[in-house]
Design a protein. Structure first.
Length: 137
């Protein structure tokens, strides 16, 4: 398979996934009782990781490869944007998800998760848009 097409497929997958999470999954966290969110959330995080992590790893590998094959401002910027999604995921989102499991009252963490996830949503949307415009060039 063409690596540029694979990159586009991964970007599209992450775009669809992040918008579903942002508009459907995370807002639903606000309607759970504290007891129910703790029970449900443990299963959710393990199941969503099985979907998200391979997509993120694939995206990171392909954009890293792009920089090494063709060192350009565009490729470096795209890799930096992908790395930004990783940073926000592991330094903001993951700790907030851990708070949901560990805090006695996680409502503030749930609300912050919904708000801060807009950054990842915007970044993955930007990645896809730029990739669509650059595809085939």
């Amino acid at each position: 398979m063409d690596l540029e097409l694979l990159k586009l497929l991964l970007d599209t997958s992450l775009f669809i996934l992040i918008w579903m999470i942002q508009l459907v999954v995370y807002p639903s966290f606000l309607y759970f009782s504290e007891k129910d969110i703790k029970k449900w959330h443990i299963g959710y995080t393990s199941r969503i990781t099985i979907i998200v992590l391979p997509l993120m790893l694939g995206q990171l590998l392909l954009y890293s490869r792009s920089v090494f094959v063709d060192l350009s401002i565009c490729n470096v910027a795209m890799l930096a944007t992908v790395l930004s999604t990783w940073g926000i995921t592991f330094f903001v989102s993951v700790p907030l998800h851990q708070d949901l499991d560990n805090l006695k009252d996680s409502l503030a963490s749930r609300m912050k998760l919904v708000k801060t996830n807009w950054i990842r949503t915007a970044l993955w949307t930007l990645i896809l848009i730029i990739n669509i415009f650059n595809y085939g060039k």
